[in-house]
Ligand binder design. Structure first.
Ligand code: SF4
Length: 341
């Protein structure tokens, strides 16, 4: 199944510029983008995975991770094959890198935007999440789905590496309610050598989407010896405090995977160190992820410091929420930042 990838334009030299992500591929007839799922055919850029879901699940929204977004609800989650990054630690490399590693083959189960909304309602989900691989590479599929999702009264979440162009964010803004954006590290060399991308466009996307009013949480997978020094952790926290101290930051445990099986898993003390640094720098909400740690996965009111959302489980999926539907603390009346209903 394919569709016109309309977030693109023809250049004076005849090539097609893809305007979905900051890789900004300029493609001749017959060429594929870096993501492997956008290709020029008969003079037009096409999305080869439109309506083809490679992974589909009903997940707790906490798994995205989104902790200040309709806590305790289910999110209908799907993704396709393909990715604009090539992270050596990818946890979903079997779908994200599939086209690049299998001579442009694609796979997926036919699932139209309309069917996604029907299934999300059938499974009593409060939202639809575009996740597992990078959603911006299947932008047109997400866009058509997100519009129908809103018509049905549900919300939309992008789980992304943050390489969206401003133009893509502009198109998505009316429909996108939340984003979890990775800050994979805080050096350009990490992004270039480990992920096949650059740091600055990611930080620009976070700032731009935040300015547009989309609710944002960020995630950093801490990889021993690669992005887990105190200085680098502090730099991420400082960036985020400067932008918005109420933007939740998830510091998550790495497990040896894909091309980084020689790196040990993240020790729990590293996650707690990152948690403390985030708090020291002034972030209101820091959470550890991929380990069961109730104390550091729960939400505390920034005003009275009482625990207002209790979470446990490796993805914080067991939730007791004491906030009201507006996110107001029952002890002191402070309104916590987030999308609560
Ligand atoms: S979405 Fe794919 S084709 Fe488009 S710019 Fe990004 S990597 Fe290139």
């Amino acid at each position: 199944m394919s569709s016109i990838a309309w977030l693109s334009k023809r250049l004076d030299d005849g090539r097609i510029l893809c305007e979905a992500c900051n890789q900004r591929c300029k493609l001749h007839e017959g060429e594929y983008g870096i993501c492997g799922v956008r290709k020029v055919e008969k003079g037009k850029l096409r999305l080869l995975v439109y309506g083809l879901a490679a992974a589909v699940n009903v997940d707790p929204v906490e798994k995205k991770p989104m902790f200040h977004f309709q806590p305790g609800t289910k999110s209908f989650s799907f993704g396709t094959v393909g990715c604009n990054f090539s992270c050596k630690f990818c946890q979903n490399f079997d779908i994200s890198q599939y086209p690049k590693e299998h001579e442009h083959q694609i796979f997926g189960r036919e699932l139209s935007p309309k069917q996604i909304v029907e299934l999300a309602k059938e499974y009593e989900c409060a939202s639809v999440s575009y996740t597992y691989n990078e959603p911006i590479v299947f932008f047109e599929y997400t866009y058509d789905t997100a519009r129908l999702v809103h018509e049905a009264g549900l919300k939309n979440i992008y789980v992304t590496s943050g390489y969206e162009t401003h133009k893509a964010i502009d198109e998505l803004t009316p429909y996108l309610d939340g984003m979890n954006i990775d800050i994979k590290g805080f050096t350009d060399s990490f992004y270039k050598e480990i992920c096949g991308a650059r740091l600055k466009p990611v930080l620009d996307t976070i700032k731009y989407a935040h300015k547009k009013g989309i609710w944002i949480e960020t995630t950093t997978l801490l990889i021993p010896g690669h992005n887990d020094s105190d200085d680098e952790i502090r730099d991420i926290a400082k960036f985020q405090v400067d932008l918005d101290p109420a933007m939740p930051w998830h510091v998550s445990a790495f497990h040896p995977m894909y091309k980084m099986t020689d790196v040990p898993p993240t020790p729990s003390y590293t996650l707690r160190r990152a948690y403390e640094i985030g708090k020291e720098e002034g972030l209101k909400y820091v959470y550890v992820g991929n380990i069961d740690d109730e104390e550091h996965e729960s939400t505390y009111c920034p005003s009275c410091n009482k625990r207002v959302i209790d979470r446990h489980g490796t993805i914080g999926q067991y939730v007791t929420n004491l906030l009201d539907k507006n996110g107001v603390c029952p002890y002191c009346g402070y309104r916590l930042e987030g999308v609560w209903s």
